[in-house]
Design a protein around this ligand. Structure first.
Ligand SMILES: *[C@@H]1O[C@H](CO)[C@@H](O)[C@H](O)[C@H]1NC(C)=O
Ligand SMILES: *[C@@H]1O[C@H](CO)[C@@H](O)[C@H](O)[C@H]1NC(C)=O
Ligand SMILES: *[C@@H]1O[C@H](CO)[C@@H](O)[C@H](O)[C@H]1NC(C)=O
Ligand SMILES: *[C@@H]1O[C@H](CO)[C@@H](O)[C@H](O)[C@H]1NC(C)=O
Ligand SMILES: *[C@@H]1O[C@H](CO)[C@@H](O)[C@H](O)[C@H]1NC(C)=O
Ligand SMILES: *[C@@H]1O[C@H](CO)[C@@H](O)[C@H](O)[C@H]1NC(C)=O
Length: 356
């Protein structure tokens, strides 16, 4: 397969989906697309569902859920030099209530209403990404319309899988259809694997999350769900997890007749049509891989993963992104704000930014 892989470099100059004109923003204006809230009602719901509590902290996917409150969140934005953040709920979202869809829908609604309250308190600092009660498709459709039409959220938060229902599974088509009809921007957070066979019981975020992003992109490729719904802007955190390293391999194997018989270049262009955030993924190796395979800086947006990644680390993330990527000011402008503004027209409108 080596000879096929050879063609995969430098394909992507035309593949970027980010085509909107740049905006005039204040200097250093930075948007964080990966910023989590953990309201008390969510923490309590996790505890009630039986997630382990150790030393007073609840753990999900083997990871300690940090302390969080709104005031500290705004203070953190200031320390991080983040002007505006889109809030989302991290894994497991509400899919731990998959056995009780009405309970999942109610918890999602209550948290979306709370997020709306935060956006009203801090309209120029915070925007919402809808928490969606999948895998129940009907209640998910209701909630997405409520978030976009009534709460005017900036976008929608999804997960690599919902209690085993992976992105790409065609029962999710109605959800993709709705998002596509809105040209919505979707943030796909990795979750614990929906298949437990390979789990060695280490914290899932350590190595399973990066492969979850791969599984979601791979499945959307091979079921052709992504190819059918191209108006959705899709952000994968952590520079796509392991995807920059596996994209060529997946695209090569997907050319084989028994594995899909897909066109190599079209597959790589599909992957390069995603948007990737910098959270915990701003090493020189990761940024270099993004640049080689995914169209330079045009598909990179800023993410911090606050508060799961602690403030002393997130506060330095812009600095380390610039240093490790060796990016110039114009490139940092894209990564800090312009790329995000091109997929979040609601934010452009909120600030009244003019086009350059
Ligand atoms: C629990 O708290 C005690 C006392 O603060 C500490 O010594 C111990 O390491 C903690 N255990 C865990 C698992 O965090
Ligand atoms: C821009 O943001 C970076 C990263 O937070 C900070 O180090 C730098 O001082 C800021 N520059 C200006 C001109 O505000
Ligand atoms: C947000 O919720 C708090 C507490 O319920 C309430 O006091 C406040 O008025 C709400 N703010 C907005 C803008 O809705
Ligand atoms: C789905 O959720 C049920 C409980 O609601 C749980 O027993 C099962 O392990 C979950 N399956 C997956 C794949 O997460
Ligand atoms: C979505 O984008 C297309 C252009 O790609 C545009 O024609 C259409 O009007 C947009 N739809 C909405 C709902 O914004
Ligand atoms: C898109 O969906 C339609 C019907 O839902 C299907 O017939 C078609 O094959 C799909 N196209 C691709 C590229 O997946």
């Amino acid at each position: 397969m080596q000879q096929i892989a050879f063609f995969s470099f430098a394909l992507f100059s035309a593949a970027s989906l980010l085509t909107t004109a740049d905006c005039v923003t204040p200097p250093n204006f930075t948007i964080d697309v990966h910023s989590h809230i953990i309201p008390d009602i969510y923490r309590q719901a996790l505890i009630d569902a039986g997630y382990p509590v150790i030393n007073g902290s609840v753990y999900t996917d083997g990871f300690q859920v940090p302390q969080w409150d709104l005031t500290s969140h705004i203070a953190a934005l200031n320390v991080q030099n983040v002007a505006y953040a889109t809030m989302s709920v991290s894994a497991p979202g509400v899919s731990f209530l998959a056995h009780n869809p009405p309970a999942a829908a109610t918890l999602a609604r209550n948290i979306n209403n709370l997020m709306f309250n935060y956006t009203q308190q801090y309209p120029t600092r915070l925007g919402g990404l809808c928490l969606v009660p999948l895998p129940d498709v009907q209640s998910a459709l209701t909630e997405i319309e409520y978030c976009l039409d009534v709460l005017h959220f900036d976008g929608v938060g999804l997960f690599s899988n919902f209690n085993g229902t992976y992105m790409g599974i065609r029962t999710l088509d109605p959800v993709f259809q709705l998002l596509d009809s809105r040209n919505a921007t979707v943030f796909v957070h990795p979750a614990a694997p929906g298949c437990k066979g390979a789990d060695l019981w280490y914290p899932d975020p350590m190595s399973e999350y990066p492969f979850e992003s791969v599984r979601a992109m791979e499945n959307m490729l091979l079921t052709r769900q992504r190819a059918n719904f191209t108006n959705i802007n899709i952000i994968f955190p952590h520079e796509g997890g392991a995807m920059p390293y596996l994209a060529t391999r997946i695209a090569d194997i997907a050319t084989l007749p028994f594995a899909g018989g897909l066109n190599l270049i079209t597959t790589l262009q599909e992957f390069a049509g995603y948007v990737f955030d910098t959270a915990s993924a701003a090493t020189a190796v990761q940024l270099g891989a993004m640049e080689s395979f995914f169209g330079g800086v045009n598909n990179i947006v800023t993410g911090t993963d606050y508060p799961y990644v602690p403030l002393p680390v997130t506060a330095l993330s812009l600095v380390s992104t610039q240093g490790n990527g060796n990016f110039n000011t114009a490139q940092m402008g894209r990564i800090q704000a312009q790329n995000a503004l091109s997929i979040f027209p609601t934010i452009v409108k909120k600030f009244g930014f003019a086009s350059k």
